[in-house]
Design a protein around this ligand. Structure first.
Ligand SMILES: C[S@@+](CC[C@H](N)C(=O)[O-])C[C@H]1O[C@@H](n2cnc3c(N)ncnc32)[C@H](O)[C@@H]1O
Length: 275
């Protein structure tokens, strides 16, 4: 069989199961099975497929039929132009979080803290984009920190990152010009509406802190003033309906300069807070 005919069968299987973006996903999975970049796939379509590649592709399609996201099946995710290793222990980084990077790069300062680092995308991107930066990355999950450390080594910035395990600020020492966080912020009520790709595969601890979803912001707003340098900024990612609540939380904690940023879809996505 040719690559094209096996690919067509894969696309049909995904379409029959109503998987969104069936053709795009099957192409990515076929490229992964063949071990080539997806941009080269068209050139391989008329080749005969090797049985081991076909077996790999069939196994990938079987996982996608169970709603496992393509990034998790292939074990990699692109973020700010770099490729990150993913495991089941970390959130699959979202494109929305690149909005946080764009906002953070507008602020001067080399001492950076990333709270809830997960795969390390925020901490590592800041270290890579700002060669003088020193970044502390914290997470409560030891297995997430292992993934972040591997990514930092693979991307050549491990010497300027330190990783600490603990709840939010518990294991953090020092002062910071920038405190960044994409915390878990989905409320109990919203958890029910998540897509199976999210609910079934992102770690629960990375999605929700429980209750109204706002507790991480309460903790960050309360403790950040103790470790922020005088002109420092806190930048947190938020759910698109949380801007008013999170703004109020930071105001109540003594922050006076607050700005809400929107993402590429013009939805509220970040809050920048300064004292
Ligand atoms: C939404 S994920 C963000 C991961 C990564 N920064 C990103 O943007 O892709 C939230 C992260 O916060 C971590 N987390 C959850 N509760 C925490 C806590 N109490 N203290 C520190 N980190 C926590 C989770 O383990 C997870 O890695």
């Amino acid at each position: 069989m040719t690559v094209q005919s096996v690919l067509t069968l894969g696309i049909r299987a995904l379409q029959t199961a109503d998987i969104d973006g069936a053709a795009r996903d099957a192409r990515l999975l076929m490229a992964g099975a063949l071990g080539i970049d997806v941009s080269r796939l068209t050139l391989a379509l008329h080749d005969d497929i090797d049985p081991p590649c076909q077996d790999r592709f069939d196994a990938f399609i079987a996982q996608r039929l169970l709603h496992r996201p393509v990034s998790r099946i292939l074990g990699t995710r692109l973020f700010w132009g770099r490729s990150y290793h993913l495991t089941d222990d970390v959130l699959d980084p979202r494109g929305d979080t690149e909005t946080l990077i764009a906002a953070a790069l507008e602020h001067a300062g080399d001492r950076i803290l990333d709270l809830g680092t997960g795969s390390g995308v925020i901490a590592i991107t800041m270290a890579a984009e700002r060669p003088t930066a020193k970044v502390v990355a914290s997470d409560i999950s030891k297995s997430a920190l292992d993934v972040a450390q591997k990514n930092a080594r693979d991307l050549g910035v491990a010497d300027r990152l330190s990783f600490v395990q603990g709840s939010w600020f518990d294991a953090v020492t020092g002062r910071f010009d920038l405190i960044l966080s994409n915390p878990p912020y989905i409320s109990d009520a919203e958890m029910r509406d998540l897509a199976p790709e999210v609910l079934g595969y992102d770690p629960h601890i990375a999605l929700t802190p429980g209750g109204d979803g706002l507790d991480p912001y309460r903790i960050i707003a309360r403790h950040a003033p103790d470790v922020l340098t005088p002109y420092g900024a806190v930048i947190v990612e938020i759910g698109h309906a949380q801007a008013a609540d999170v703004t109020q939380i930071f105001k109540s904690a003594g922050f006076s300069k607050l700005r809400v940023h929107t993402d590429f879809e013009q939805k509220d996505r970040l809050i920048t807070a300064k004292m």
